[in-house]
Design a protein around this ligand. Structure first.
Ligand code: NAD
Length: 257
């Protein structure tokens, strides 16, 4: 894959999966514009990328705010003229109904996880080069859940549905796809039990590069027949069917304890 001189926008590009996406696109020759709340990490990413002789822009701000999104978009277009790829990566959780996630907390997560990806798609719409691509980072939690995760899960369901809606509305202009990562270790401490690893059919926990590679695959114009699609990248975890007492797993329910 060659992304020489392509312009790639990454939300939450200063840490974790977003940082890996930033680094991989940069290595492949792209100019990367990132927006992130974490000023220190953003400036570190900017400095490191620039030191490596690559072009990068860091915009500090909270993507839940419309004025921030407009300011960021204006700066990117002023600097680069057009963009090629928009990677809607940033999200967070403020838990759910059991721990009392409030009206404001719930809406905040939806703003970051769904509204911002929509608004950035809208703001950049007339500034995409041909063969442009939007990749939304969803989660396997868009179709399965643990308790007390409503804010995050609703945002991930939202971004998955937003993906196919945008793919149809933007047909012929920009391809739009999503990725549903499973468990991705962003700490790189690799201190996991054998059980943690082997519950995945591939016998390991995911790494940010597993997601970055899929993002690049979806952006690559050689894969231009793919739009409106979601690719699950979870080491097969959501394909593992488990019944009570399979693999020594014992089902317990609060009503039974
Ligand atoms: P992370 O917390 O390590 O990094 C997220 C980045 O987004 C941070 O740099 C943070 O500062 C930034 N960010 C958060 N809220 C923001 C806001 N309001 N405005 C601007 N920047 C903001 O997260 P990660 O694990 O790398 O996750 C990246 C994406 O992948 C998220 O959408 C997440 O839901 C998804 N995902 C992660 C996993 C996993 O296991 N790590 C699994 C499934 C999906």
């Amino acid at each position: 894959m060659n992304f020489n001189d392509k312009v790639c926008v990454v939300t939450g590009g200063a840490n974790g999966i977003g940082l890996c996406i930033t680094n991989e696109f940069s290595k492949m020759g792209a100019k990367v514009a990132i927006i992130d709340l974490d000023k220190e990490a953003g400036e570190k990413t900017l400095n490191k990328t620039t030191q490596n002789g690559k072009e990068c822009m860091f915009y500090w701000g909270d993507i839940s705010e419309e004025s921030t999104l407009k300011g960021f978009c204006d700066k990117v277009i002023k600097c680069y003229g057009k963009i090629d790829y928009l990677i809607n990566n940033a999200c967070l959780s403020r838990k759910g109904i059991i721990s009392g996630c409030s009206y404001d907390d719930f809406n905040y997560v939806l703003k970051v996880g769904v509204t911002a990806p929509y608004m950035l798609s809208k703001l950049f719409l007339n500034h995409f080069n041909i063969n442009g691509s939007i990749v939304n980072i969803s989660s396997t939690r868009s179709y399965m859940s643990q308790e007390d995760t409503e804010s995050y899960t609703a945002a991930k369901g939202g971004i998955t549905a937003l993906t196919h809606a945008l793919a149809i509305s933007l047909a012929g202009k920009v391809r739009v796809n999503s990725i549903s990562p499973g468990w991705i270790d962003v700490s790189s401490n690799n201190d996991f039990s054998i059980e943690d690893k082997f519950q995945h059919p591939v016998h390991r926990i995911g790494k940010p590069i597993d997601i970055a590679r899929t993002v690049m695959f979806l952006c690559d114009e050689a894969n231009g027949f793919i739009t409106g699609e979601n690719i699950t990248v979870d080491g097969g975890m959501t394909k593992q069917m488990i019944y009570n007492e399979d693999c020594g797993w014992k089902f317990t329910h609060s009503e039974l304890i």
